[in-house]
Design a protein around this ligand. Structure first.
Ligand code: PEP
Ligand code: MG
Length: 575
């Protein structure tokens, strides 16, 4: 059956490929009675699913990426052990027989009993193994439901797979980064959730907030993902398919033309140079940043080094990762942001102990100050990497002067310990603060007095100004970068920093969105940091912009009373 779904567009481009359903299977388990004559067959079905998952895990062991965290192998081994433990492999079989119920139900009942026991364990390490049991059960459920696990089926080069999921965590996305997928579509999620940001960093089309896609699409359905418009076409007819194939080749042509701008300086028509930096999540992303001709890294989201693993990366492991990026950038600035976990970035992909309201909880710098050992380890690793190039240290989610004082004290401590051990670091390293909480934007002198540069994180600034959870598709329509309050905070931060001669960048998704390039230039922004995939398109827009015209128009936008009017003004600005 041919149908169309609408969601929120995440990343530019069109992809055509076959659906690969990735299930949050636990949500889908129904209970039904099995006739006595079919009990043996149901048990066989359960055994076959276990065998399939055994095979998947064996295969995973053989294909661990070379750059995967060291813990990854141990984690797969542990899952194999859990799978073979009689509590999961035998007890559900007995339950199917005793209760005459379907295998999925028996498995989930057994899992819930086990998970309850884990909750009662005092040892935090053992208590956390609960998530492993859940993940193994998920795999078996997927096998029972006839859905393959996250290891993608083999495809030929021209046959692309499109991941269709109810929801994906940023930790899931990091694992998906290892495979070649043509696109991603999810039922949940907002366009600036970290999952969406990662999809964008892969440079492939994606749509979030499709609501029922996961239920309506079947494995191997032919899909067209229009990541520009947020339109998903399922089982298109030949005329529609032909039209999209045409648009796809046009976009590819445009992309190729843009590549010619790689080494062209980003200068406005009236001769003002603009700095274009890249955002990265993993050290290997630096390649894409260099290919796009980035003049620096404006945001290295280091938390992704900490995901999908049991223990935190050691100081040496972190040092190697940071040094690799610094060396690859050959003297260009590398802005390393300290650990920003919490909210939608749980370390293991589960949101288990995140507190009642994770986005307002122990996130980012709050977490780091509560865990000084973890923070100092990271600070030492960053400092040690700073001797290999030009490192800038960036601190997320600051709101209070005492947070800055505390972090500076810990930084002094980290420096002193390195000096004592005769380990070199750049003594002139600059420290910057992210402006992503309205309180920070409204109390800038507090930050400017103590720090060397600012970077505006518009993703969180919008979330916290408008009280909209950036990951929640139910309120995604209220997430509005053009809300007058947001624009005032952004413009005020840029202009206050400019007046004081302090370097200021925007590193949230607004910086890579062509709709806002000219507006931000008009506000006075001279440093943009974005995903490498967006960089050349933004450069092209800059090359065709004249600051002389933009500044008065941007000032008029700031006087606009509501975002509907602003939208019209921005359209004119971009025409
Ligand atoms: C932001 O909030 O705009 C930002 C750049 O940080 P992150 O998206 O990682 O929260
Ligand atoms: Mg942020």
């Amino acid at each position: 059956m041919n149908f169309v779904l609408h969601g929120s567009p995440v990343s530019a481009g069109i992809t055509i490929g076959y659906a690969h359903l990735v299930s949050s299977a636990r949500l889908e388990v129904a209970h039904f009675e099995i006739p006595a004559a079919s009990i043996d067959a149901e048990i066989e079905r359960f055994d076959a699913a276990l065998e399939l998952v055994r095979g998947e895990l064996r295969e995973l062991t053989g294909h661990i990426p070379v750059d995967a965290p060291a813990e990854f192998g141990a984690f797969v081994d542990m899952h194999r052990m859990i799978l073979d433990d009689s509590t999961l492999s035998e007890v559900p079989r007995a339950l199917i027989r005793a209760e005459q119920c379907n295998a999925e139900w028996a498995l989930v009942r057994q899992m819930e009993g086990l998970v309850g026991q884990f909750d009662a364990i005092e040892d935090p390490y053992l208590r956390e193994r609960k998530a492993d049991v859940q993940q193994v059960v998920e795999r078996v459920l997927k096998a029972l439901l006839g859905h393959p696990g996250p290891t993608p089926p083999q495809t030929s080069d021209e046959q692309k797979l499109i991941v269709v999921a109810h929801d994906l965590s940023p930790a899931d996305m990091i694992l998906f980064k290892q495979h070649e997928f043509g696109g991603f579509v999810t039922d949940l999620g907002g366009v600036t959730s970290h999952t969406a940001i990662l999809a964008r960093s892969l440079g492939i089309p994606a749509i979030v907030g499709l609501h029922l896609a996961r239920h309506m699409i079947r494995e191997n359905d032919l899909l067209i993902v229009d990541g520009l418009q947020g339109v998903l076409i399922v089982a298109p007819d030949p005329a529609v398919l032909g039209e999209y194939q045409l648009r796809q080749s046009q976009l590819e042509l445009d992309r190729q033309k843009l590549r010619r701008l790689r080494t062209t300086p980003a200068t406005t028509l009236d001769g003002t140079p603009i700095e274009l930096y890249a955002n990265i999540e993993l050290p290997q992303d630096v390649e894409a940043a260099r290919e796009a001709g980035a003049q620096g890294i404006g945001l290295f989201r280091t938390e992704f080094l900490f995901m999908n693993r049991r223990v935190m990366p050691s100081e040496d492991e972190q040092f190697e990762a940071y040094r690799a990026v610094v060396a690859a950038m050959r003297g260009l600035p590398v802005t390393i942001r300290t650990l920003d976990i919490g909210a939608d970035k749980a370390l293991d992909g589960a949101s288990g102990d995140a507190g009642p309201n994770p986005a307002l909880g122990l996130r980012a710098i709050r977490y780091c100050l509560a865990e000084p050992q973890i923070f100092i380890t990271q600070l030492r690793a960053i400092l040690r990497a700073s001797q290999f190039g030009r490192v800038r240290l960036l601190i997320p989610m600051l709101a209070h002067a005492h947070e800055i004082e505390q972090l500076l004290a810990l930084l002094r401590q980290a420096k002193a310990s390195l000096a004592e051990a005769h380990l070199p670091y750049d003594r002139g390293i600059e420290i910057g603060g992210m402006v992503e909480v309205p309180a920070a934007a409204l109390a800038l002198p507090m930050f400017m007095r103590r720090l060397n540069f600012l970077s505006i994180g518009t993703n969180d600034l919008i979330q916290y100004t408008l009280a909209i959870d950036r990951t929640d598709d139910a309120v995604a329509h209220l997430y509005d970068p053009l809300h007058p309050a947001v624009l005032h905070l952004v413009a005020h931060t840029i202009q206050t920093a400019n007046r004081a001669g302090m370097s200021v960048a925007v590193c949230g998704e607004m910086a890579g969105d062509l709709a806002f390039t000219r507006l931000l230039l008009g506000f006075g922004l001279r440093n943009f940091s974005m995903h490498p995939a967006q960089l050349l398109a933004v450069k092209e827009r800059i090359l065709r912009s004249s600051l002389g015209e933009l500044a008065p128009l941007a000032a008029r936008v700031l006087r606009s009373p509501d975002s509907a009017k602003t939208r019209g003004m921005i359209a004119k600005l971009n025409s």
